[in-house]
Design a protein around this ligand. Sequence first.
Ligand code: F6R
Length: 341
Amino acid sequence: KTIDGGQMLGALAGLPDQCRGAVALARNQEINYSRSFQNVVVTGLGGSAIGGDFLRVFCADKSPVPVTVNRDYHLPGYVNEHTLVFAVSYSGNTEETLSAYEEAKAKGAAVVAVTSGGKLADLAQKDGIPFLAIPGGLQPRAATGYLFLPLLIVMEKLHLISVLTDDLEDLGRALEDMGRRLAPEVEETNNPAKQLAKLFYQKIPVIWGVSGTTETVAMRWKGQINENSKAPAYFNVLPELNHNEIVGTEAPAELLKKIELVFLHSLDDHPRVEKRFEITKEIIGERVSGITEIWGEGNCLLSRMFTLTYLGDYTSVYLAILYGINPSPVELITLLKNKLA
Ligand code: F6R
């Protein structure tokens, strides 16, 4: 059985334009909160939450306030009128996010809704809450540009992070460059995403990133392999995994030969973490099926995070094609949501 994965590949090809559109959309949005902020909370689930994790990592050393991500019905106890809450749901109908939205309002937080429609759009309109209307018709995980960049621009508008023009231009260039090399018409010998998909086929991908740099990318690769390729995948981060997960590689050879490891590096990594990668490879390299090491590209952390993300996205779609599976539908998520309704 062959399958072309056309819809998801089309969405991937459009990512650089999506990013530009997302920035323009948020720049044109009026946000009238004039209070001071102590923290930022992004509340959402799945594809709508991961933009929050990109924001958290990106802002960690650039914003005076902490960003946290909430994937739950309830918000953390510290949320108050000095909290900026982004309620993000692509469909606008995710019950955990709707519950957290109500709680944010009740606590007097400054709420900004990000959605393509659904109940969240209706509520925000009714409540007079600023609301970023992003285009619909995509799978949430294919809308990462819309689910991340507007949050960054709103933070910039509220003086919680400083102007990012150079970074955004670099991101556009880096994504276009990477996209050209990953496109379906580029044959496997020159296409790193097709090569990785082949390595992952019939294996269990385990993605290791780095706290504060590639951690969200590693989580994203895992999620994309789960949802697009309909296959198991796991992720973890250095340095923490050097203190536990590494010991799991003492398991029987039979088990470990199924594990295909990827190390996601960034120029932004602490030099001691790079040393840890090197030693980790030396210690466990022979035990697992293989280790592929990859660095993000571009001149800033934003570009390096998203070029790696782009590579993982394409890889997951090519893996779906190898498995003869349509990457777009996520029937088990729909089934579960329907059973809960
Ligand atoms: C990703 C995906 C899920 C949803 C999640 C929340 O493509 O399908 O991870 O993102 O179930 O739904 P939304 O994003 O509509 O709030």
